[in-house]
Design a protein around this ligand. Structure first.
Ligand code: BTN
Length: 339
């Protein structure tokens, strides 16, 4: 029944016109009653479906922000990213769920999505809370066949993909500026809208990657800054706060996965950032400006010169020395404020 619901939703969405009950029965090999039940379920979930006798059913208006397995799967036109989806109304952490998928043999490209994360994980051991109806919290499971030293770049590939997808959602009139704060925070109008957490698991022999999970939390429909945890309230924002619009999280995920699939293919050609570097640097915040590198071995300031082919940040120190900053160890801040 679940597959029928997704398929019927996809057909109604893609057709954009009336589809007769008989067409649906023939296409999916189900009875009229089964079709009628699915249509009712969809209506209960918030879809506005017109039924006109003699013409059939039409998806009248896209609902604001329904997040469900059917909504996600019925939108996807990707080749492999998200071809298997696990959706949870509530979970601990989608990264942990995706790691379990990694252990249990789920395929490359499996995506875990949740409405609420009650134990979401941020970088450096911090938490990442997601309240119902607000964030797009998802994790993609990857089974790369390349060497482990390449894996840290996946987070930059995802950062570029999210930035591009966010830009697709914004209208020109909104005049919002999307940038990447190296290595992978997405910043909208100088405030953070998305953070990422990449985790790699090696084979028991420790010589190959078993799987990598790349998780992203995008603040989409948080209505007011008070919805963020106190400590990030001044530096965080959401798409809704910046645009005034309610945005479909499933629609954003569809765009992210399409962009990720393309960018991942480009990354695989060279197994580094050389062919994505230009696009990444077009979004990179603060090239040519001063940055502070919060290296545990000692903080320093310098000028950012963008990234090298491995995705490391090139920072010119005051003595003229060029340092390559590796994403795993340090955090970089603009000299004034968050970016
Ligand atoms: C950061 O600290 O900036 C990283 C935040 C990463 C949050 C995302 S939400 C989806 C995925 N699941 C998690 O537990 N964390 C990541």
């Amino acid at each position: 029944m679940k597959t029928d619901k997704t398929d019927i939703l996809a057909l109604l969405r893609n057709s954009g016109d009336y589809v007769s009950g008989q067409q649906l029965c023939d296409r999916f090999g189900v009875t009229r009653t089964a079709v009628w039940k699915v249509i009712n379920q969809l209506k209960e979930e918030g879809y506005e479906i017109e039924s006109v006798s003699g013409r059939g059913y039409r998806l009248a208006e896209e609902p604001g922000d329904i997040l469900s397995e059917s909504e996600i799967v019925s939108r996807l036109h990707t080749k492999w990213a998200g071809r298997k989806v696990y959706y949870h109304d509530e979970t601990g952490s989608t990264n942990n769920d995706a790691k379990r998928c990694g252990e249990e043999g789920d395929p490359h490209g499996t995506v875990v999505v949740a409405d609420i994360q009650n134990a979401g994980k941020g970088r450096r051991g911090r938490g990442w809370q997601t309240l119902s109806g607000t964030a797009l919290a998802f994790t993609i499971l990857l089974r790369p066949e390349f060497a482990p030293d390449r894996a840290s770049m996946l987070t930059l590939v995802m950062a570029l993909s999210v930035a591009e997808a966010v830009e697709e959602v914004l209208t020109d009139a909104e005049e919002a500026v999307t940038t990447i704060k190296w290595p992978n925070d997405i910043v909208l109008n100088k405030k953070k809208i998305c953070g990422m957490l990449t985790e790699m698991t090696m084979t028991p022999e420790m010589d190959e990657i078993q799987y990598v999970v790349v998780g992203a939390g995008v603040n989409v429909n948080n209505a007011v800054p008070e919805e963020f945890q106190e400590e990030i309230r001044k530096t965080a924002t959401s798409l809704k706060i910046e645009t005034g619009r309610h945005i479909s999280r499933a629609g954003l995920l569809e765009k992210v996965l399409l962009r990720f699939e393309d960018n991942y293919a480009v990354f695989l050609e060279t197994l580094d950032m050389s062919r994505l570097r230009e696009a990444y640097e077009r979004h990179l915040q603060g090239i040519g400006g001063e940055v502070r590198v919060l290296d545990p071995a000692g903080e320093y300031t310098g000028i950012s010169h963008g990234i090298d082919d491995k995705g490391e940040l090139i920072v010119e120190r005051e003595n003229g020395e060029k340092v390559l900053v590796y994403a795993g160890e340090v955090s970089v801040r603009g000299l004034y404020g968050y970016v």
